[in-house]
Design a protein around this ligand. Structure first.
Ligand code: UDP
Ligand code: MG
Length: 319
């Protein structure tokens, strides 16, 4: 069972040597084969040359993927995953805020039969107002909306079975939503408390603006997970609802015309009825276009609409 550690690096020159020492120390105690893949996300400090040094010093364990420019943490993590070959994958930050010493605990939990073990920074050491408070609200909201209950979506330190990461691509700032996608393809998820330390060297790359992005991403994720394969259920459902409202208003108008001789055309309700009908009809049409897009999406990438955990053939498990 090989372990791949994936670490995105953006201007972390002051942290890399300590980080690698801590990783080596933990890995020596683990007794399983491992690799660490650093992804240099367009750093403009000495990070890249330090990483090159580490790769020369320990070519057996260290690989470095170098981006041409800064693409963001999610892209860096995705590239690391694509270039790794372990069956178990651990994502973590390069800034020493996560603790490599937590890795054995995450692995032990994974071995209990989970597909994803999420780190939970119970005592998070970041700015209380711009980071910790929005994060609490964010975690509550994501848990409520998606039905996948975790205390700390934002903690990068998480362990995954490779299978739990297959079947979806990561866009934008979406790495925090991996557990939601994983749950949607049937992953079993556990959560354990992990250490967290204040940043000693370098600066955080994020501030309050991240909250807005997370909320927008949540819309996309919810839509993709709940309706990604059947958008007509959302658009068509809304469309039918609006057309039903339109019909009710129209019936009221006709009844008023018959029983109290109020003109249909003279009432603002008539315009409302027409508006709801048009909106509803448009929504249905949008749903149909979305259905076409979904087919192109799945078929162009040969993406199946299901995921298989294992296959038993001739009495034996094959996967
Ligand atoms: N990071 C990256 N690309 C970016 C921003 C951040 O690779 O554009 C890396 C960064 O070097 C660190 C991790 O992502 O290893 C988390 O970043 P940071 O510590 O700034 O986030 P915070 O801990 O404040 O949420
Ligand atoms: Mg950090």
């Amino acid at each position: 069972m090989k372990l791949s550690l994936i670490i995105p690096v953006y201007n972390e020159e002051g942290n890399l040597d300590n980080l690698f020492c801590a990783i080596e120390k933990t890995m020596k105690g683990l007794k399983r084969s491992w690799e660490v893949i650093f992804v240099d996300d367009g750093s403009v400090d000495k990070s890249l040359s330090i990483l090159q040094g580490l790769a020369e010093q320990d070519p057996k364990h260290v690989s470095v993927v170098v981006f041409r420019r800064n693409y963001g943490q999610t892209a860096a993590l995705a590239a690391g995953i694509d270039h790794s070959n372990g069956d178990t994958i651990i994502l973590m930050d390069a800034d020493m805020q996560n603790d490599p010493a937590d890795i054995p605990m995450l692995l032990a939990k994974l071995d209990e039969g989970y597909d994803l073990v999420s780190g939970w920074r119970i005592e998070r050491k970041d700015n209380a107002i711009t980071r910790n408070f929005p994060s609490r609200v964010g975690n509550w909201l994501i848990s409520r909306v998606t039905g996948v209950h975790l205390h700390d979506y934002g903690c990068t330190l998480k362990a995954y079975r490779r299978g739990a990461l297959e079947g979806f691509r990561l866009y934008g700032e979406m790495h925090r939503f991996i557990p939601v996608y994983a749950a949607s393809v049937g992953a079993k998820i556990a959560e354990i408390p992990v250490n967290h330390y204040p940043r000693i060297s370098g600066k955080t790359k994020y501030g309050l603006e991240r909250t807005v992005k997370v909320i927008l991403d949540l819309f996309t994720v919810k839509f993709l997970v709940a309706f990604g394969a059947k958008p007509i259920y959302l658009f068509g459902g809304t469309g039918l609802g609006l057309m039903a409202v339109s019909a009710v208003i129209f019936v009221i108008l006709v009844l008023r015309r018959i029983f109290s001789a109020v003109s249909v055309m003279g009432s603002p309700l008539f315009q409302m009825s027409a508006m709801f009908f048009i909106l509803g009809f448009q929504s249905m049409l949008m749903g149909l276009i979305a259905e076409l897009l979904v087919r192109t999406y799945h078929e162009s990438q040969r993406k199946p609409t299901y995921t298989v955990r294992s296959i038993i053939r001739g009495g034996k498990k094959r996967q």
